[in-house]
Design a protein around this ligand. Structure first.
Ligand code: ARG
Length: 452
């Protein structure tokens, strides 16, 4: 039986009913829905809108319903229109007339806005916790690799020397911006919409601030049209999740590359790798690939939400029911990705020597060689050209800057002396990049302190 009795002479066509229904996904909100109703009804009683007697009947019955759903005693009826309808019906089945008073001074429009905000508040904190856990694992790894030299890349070409710790700390920065964004997002979710009712508030003497306080909201929405039709906070979360996923996807891409034979900088633990059904030698980074792949879903969810909202006139429209599957999918996706990446990273082996060997091969100390000449008075552009010629000569003669003789150096510029070898030593090159944000262990250590 639908809620909208009176006006209608027939029941809703059964296929249309299932098309219209959201219970297959909004059942997730049962706890928020009941908690919201408990606060609403307490407020109604305080204001004398319902009697204390009705309030205690409603309160007890709602608590029982909550418990019964939790323990599986009460099964959610898949034919109900939505979770709000289902719970109200159960309540009325239990206590009759008193149950019919719960929905005084409320509409499903402000009710669903409340439920989703309550749900997203919890989930935002959960996601933040997981991002922090990932940061922790990366920070612990960084501590062990302050001196682990590796090539830094631009265009995926070996560029300049960095350390593995410096590399990891780049992700800590990205992730802390993500955490910050979630906190700001949380503040905008944390506004209580109940009392907006269908769209135009109510003539009943309700106390919205009291309900907000009961439910742990910081403030109440200030326009009833906006209160029921605002989904900005939810779209913002979807964007923030997409951004986190974009970061995780970049990390995953590097895990995939770095665990290939071409790099071999890292080796994933067997428990986080998969094999091939035909090629016995294979050890595949499926987990990282899936994280990279699932990033696309969260972008899709974001566009679902933005597009769903773009043409909606004020205030509530049923289109908005579509918000739930998209945001639930984004939340589930980012959580499962973080939950899988965290143990994968903490069990991953770092192959320091391979990083070092690779760093030695790509002339990544060429800038340091040019800087050496600059410090001896050669203008940078000239020093750059001389070093370029040295690199070209080395490639032709199968040498590196480290293995050229001093006499060979001098053929290109007489400013070269024996101290060039120390200047282009990779450890020196890293240690001397001692500027704020640079890879020198001293700087990275300071940066790490900030996170501890
Ligand atoms: N299931 C609906 C939703 O998720 C609840 C609000 C329904 N309101 C209405 N007037 N039909 O959006």
């Amino acid at each position: 039986m639908e809620l909208w009795q009176g006006r209608f002479k027939k029941e809703l066509d059964s296929k249309t009913n299932s098309f219209n229904s959201s219970i297959s996904f909004d059942y997730r909100l049962f706890e928020q829905d009941i908690t919201g109703s408990l606060a609403h009804t307490k407020m109604l009683a305080k204001q004398g809108i319902i009697s204390e007697e009705d309030f205690s009947k409603i309160e007890n019955a709602l608590k029982e319903i909550l418990e019964d759903i939790k323990i599986g005693k009460l099964k959610i009826n898949e034919n109900a229109e939505d979770i709000h309808t289902f719970i109200e019906e159960e309540l009325t089945k239990k206590i009759g007339t008193a149950g019919k008073k719960l929905h005084t001074a409320r509409s499903r429009n402000d009710q669903v806005a409340l439920d989703i905000r309550m749900y997203l508040k919890e989930e935002t904190i959960e996601i933040q916790k997981l991002v922090k856990q990932l940061q922790k694992v990366m920070l612990e790894m960084a501590e062990k690799h302050l001196d682990t030299v590796m090539p830094g890349y631009t265009h995926l070409q070996r560029a300049q020397p960095i350390t593995f710790a410096h590399y990891l700390m780049a992700y800590l920065e990205m992730l802390s911006r993500d955490i910050e964004r979630l906190s700001e997002n949380y503040n905008r979710i944390n506004v209580m919409p109940l009392g907006s009712c269908a769209l135009a508030g109510t003539t009943h003497n309700i106390d919205r601030e009291y309900t907000a306080k009961l439910l742990g909201f910081d403030s109440v929405t200030l326009n009833s049209l906006d209160g029921v039709s605002d989904r900005d906070f939810l779209i913002e979360l979807s964007f923030n999740i997409s951004m986190i996923m974009m970061h995780l996807s970049r990390l995953s891409e590097e895990i995939i590359l770095y665990s290939s034979w071409e790099f071999k900088f890292i080796e994933l633990d067997d428990s986080f790798s998969t094999g091939s059904s035909i090629m016995p030698q294979k050890k595949n980074p499926d987990i990282a690939e899936l994280v990279r792949g699932k990033t696309g879903r969260t972008y899709g969810d974001l566009f679902t939400l933005l597009t769903m909202m773009k043409g909606l006139p004020l205030a509530y429209n049923k289109d908005m029911q579509e918000d739930k599957e998209a945001i639930f999918d984004s939340i589930d996706t980012v959580k499962i990705c973080l939950n899988t990446l965290i143990p994968m990273l903490s069990t991953m082996k770092v192959l320091k020597n391979n990083m070092k060997k690779s760093a030695e091969k790509g002339f990544i100390n060429a800038t340091d060689c040019a800087d050496y000449l600059t410090k001896k008075g050669v203008p940078f552009r000239e020093a750059y050209k001389i070093t370029g010629e040295l690199v070209s000569y080395s490639i032709d003669n199968d040498k590196t800057l480290e293995t050229l003789d001093i006499s060979e150096y001098k053929q290109f510029c007489d400013k070269f002396d024996n101290d060039i070898y120390d200047e282009i030593n990779l450890t020196t090159c890293v240690n001397k990049r001692n500027v704020i944000g640079g890879p020198a262990p001293e700087q990275v250590k300071k940066h790490m302190e900030k996170y501890k």
